[in-house]
Design a protein around this ligand. Structure first.
Ligand code: GTP
Ligand code: MG
Length: 194
């Protein structure tokens, strides 16, 4: 993928304020702090396009970005962080579910799993919604630099068990080494039908 331009379009919470353009779209979802915003920045080679933070819960809205005037990437708010205000937590489910159900130009969702963590209820809910609304899913195991390569297979076992997905379904990613960047782009391009 050659990135010629990137631009923040807008933030939104509900269908009434989603951007109107009908360009194809791929969204990024996963637990707070899993690295969604970092993955988007790495994909588009722009360190500061999406704000990242070591404090979980940084992204609390749907954030839409235009790439090359050709398609959009959407940073979805993370879930599962205890310190996020209750009001925000309550909104997460309906906000994300409605987006997945109603956004017609949505072509796929990249779902991130931290290689060090066992998936929890919200992760599995998310996978269920994607199946329910027939949105193609691109599962990614991220922060793989945190685990040595020879421990990888053992480390991902709980993720495979919890999600019921086979190993081959996952791309592996590290923002440090950029491992997986090309592979994930290929899958996104396929989903976008570019
Ligand atoms: P929310 O917006 O809170 O939902 O978080 P997020 O999923 O957007 O996470 P974000 O991209 O802000 O990253 C969270 C932290 O993880 C930051 O400190 C990143 O630098 C770090 N991080 C993200 N990806 C990687 C990775 O592949 N390897 C390592 N070592 N750290 C990473
Ligand atoms: Mg974020």
């Amino acid at each position: 993928m050659i990135i010629r331009s990137t631009a923040f379009i807008k933030s939104a919470t509900h269908p009434g304020n989603y951007p109107e353009a009908s360009l194809p779209e791929v969204a990024f979802a996963g637990r707070s702090n899993v690295g969604k915003s970092t993955l988007i920045n790495t994909l588009v080679n722009r360190r500061g396009l999406v704000r990242t933070s070591s404090t979980p819960g940084r992204t609390q809205l749907l954030n839409f970005f235009d790439i090359n005037g050709e398609f959009s990437l959407v940073d979805l708010p993370g879930y599962g962080f205890a310190k996020v205000p209750l009001a925000v937590k309550k909104d997460w489910g309906p906000m994300v579910r409605t987006y997945l159900e109603r956004r017609e130009q949505l072509k796929g969702v990249v779902v991130l799993f931290d290689i060090r963590r066992v998936p929890r209820e919200e992760d599995l809910d998310l996978l269920d919604w994607l199946e329910e609304f027939e949105v193609p899913t691109i599962p990614v195991i991220t922060k793989v630099d945190k685990i040595s390569r020879n421990r990888r297979a053992a480390q991902v076992k709980p993720i495979l068990e919890a999600t019921g997905l086979p190993l081959e379904a996952f791309s592996f990613f590290s923002a440090l080494s950029k491992e997986g960047r090309e592979d994930i782009w290929e899958r996104i391009e396929d989903a976008l039908e570019l």
